[in-house]
Design a protein around this ligand. Structure first.
Ligand code: FAD
Length: 413
């Protein structure tokens, strides 16, 4: 009986954050729309489940659209437009209206107060049940065609489904050939490359300092314009921490072209320059000339790093400030502000892995998430050439694009 009242059929491809948000909002906003969600695996919302260490980093506590958009190495202008329709404040309110309160941590990441991603999953599943979204698991879409002004969806099960609207929310794919099933849509695919990875610095003694964190360092990548500032973590294979991860995101494409083989210059003191350091050395020489250099960690660096820099600069343990020859002083100044390392290779940051690349944004309307090439075709989430740095930005894009696609389809049907 219910079906008789249906005015259109929407098929959402992908049971992740973006697909769910499109499906449940479309079904809620237009009760006459039939909504089916297809998921190729036997699990729904699997990334929501594992994200944020099982707590789900739902969004970021940033309430300024322009500022928020700056956290997307690819897609900044696209998300800026989209955020005018559904922003962080809307995400917080949407979940709160359904009994899920979010809290912000000191670094801006937002989580459910329960500290469990299952709360987000339960909320989305309840919403799907409430508005009659039909969920079909183990259904992989193999091909898309148009036939008699409808979309024809060909599945792995050899079933064929027809729909008035489709929303592709299948997430990102690391290899270009994995986008092959979308070829009938006519959309261009920007080649995927990894984003959010750490730097390998093989056979360098710095790795003996694994576990050392410098709260504010800066890194420049030589022969590029790439640079970034933030916490830097020394690991047993090289360098990690927000400073490195953000740099890998901003430089995703350029670093791939360099075959992940490049030189970095680390300033352990963020933005202090050589002259400022020389002045400080001059001052300490006159004030504390009899103090041993090794015991006088002038810039409050982690002690293990200070000792390492002493050794690298050729400064002996027993030397006092008054004894410091200019050659070693110059070497230490260099190491503090321009310490060069040869990066060779990368390691995937498993905590929050995303790929850069996907459906070309030029061919999608950010105000509706509708294709500019084919009517009644929509995209949401990581399938688009949008990716954010770590901190809840990728999920916010999934909610925003999913909501806009769902709302547009609800209005059109
Ligand atoms: C381990 C990990 C931790 C993360 N942590 C965070 C975090 O803390 N904060 C943050 O903002 N982001 C995080 N991310 C990124 C975030 O999870 C993604 O950006 C987000 O889930 C993308 O949502 P989506 O719905 O677009 O895609 P997905 O979540 O990837 O969902 C796509 C779904 O489509 C299905 N699918 C694919 N192809 C087909 C097909 N042909 N037919 C049918 N179904 C198909 C897939 O099986 C999948 O279930 C993390 C990612 C990972 C991997």
């Amino acid at each position: 009986m219910y079906d008789n009242k249906r005015t259109g059929k929407l098929i959402v491809i992908g049971g992740g954050a973006a697909g769910f948000f499109c499906a449940v909002n479309a079904a809620r906003l237009n009760p006459t729309l039939q909504v089916i969600l297809l998921e190729k695996s036997n699990k729904l919302l699997s990334k929501v489940k594992v994200s944020g260490g099982g707590r789900c980093n739902v969004t970021h506590a940033c309430f300024d659209i322009k500022e928020m958009s700056k956290h997307y190495p690819r897609g900044e202008h696209f998300v800026r437009k989209a955020f005018h329709q559904f922003f962080t404040t809307d995400t917080i309110e949407w979940f709160e209206q359904r009994g899920v309160k979010l809290k912000a941590e000191a670094d801006g990441r937002m989580f459910p107060v329960t500290n469990s991603s299952q709360t987000i999953i339960d909320c989305l599943l309840n919403e799907a049940t409430k508005y009659g979204v039909e969920i079909l698991l183990n259904r992989e879409v193999k091909e898309l065609k148009t036939e008699n002004e409808k979309w024809k969806i060909i599945l792995n099960t050899t079933e064929e489904l027809f729909a008035d609207f489709i929303c592709i929310a299948s997430g990102g794919f690391p290899k270009l050939h994995q986008f092959e099933w979308l070829k009938e849509t006519g959309h261009s695919i920007i080649e995927p490359v990894p984003s959010l990875f750490t730097f390998n610095i093989p056979n360098h003694p710095i790795t003996k300092l694994m576990g050392v964190v410098v709260p504010e360092a800066s890194i420049k990548i030589k022969s590029t314009k790439l640079k970034n500032t933030g916490p830097l973590l020394i690991t047993h294979w090289g360098m990690s921490g927000p400073c490195v991860l953000k740099l890998s995101a901003w430089g995703a494409r350029e670093l791939q072209q360099l075959n992940y083989d490049f030189i970095i210059s680390v300033n352990w003191l963020k933005d202090k320059n050589e002259q400022e350091i020389k002045n400080e050395f001059q001052f300490i020489r006159t004030k504390n000339g009899s103090q041993k250099i090794i015991n006088n960690n002038l810039f409050h660096l982690p002690n293990r790093l200070w000792q390492f820099l002493m050794t690298e600069a050729g400064i002996k343990d027993e030397w006092r400030w008054a004894d410091l020859p200019s050659k070693e002083q110059n070497r230490l100044t260099q190491l503090l502000t321009n310490h060069e390392f040869h990066v060779k290779g990368k390691t995937t940051f498993k905590e929050e892995f995303v790929t850069a690349g996907g459906v070309d944004l030029k061919e999608v309307d950010a105000n509706t998430m509708q294709s500019k090439l084919k009517p009644h075709l929509f995209f949401a989430g990581e399938i688009l050439d949008v990716d954010g740095i770590t901190g809840g930005f990728n999920f916010q894009h999934a909610w925003t694009s999913g909501f806009i696609a769902g709302k547009t389809i609800a209005t059109l049907s």
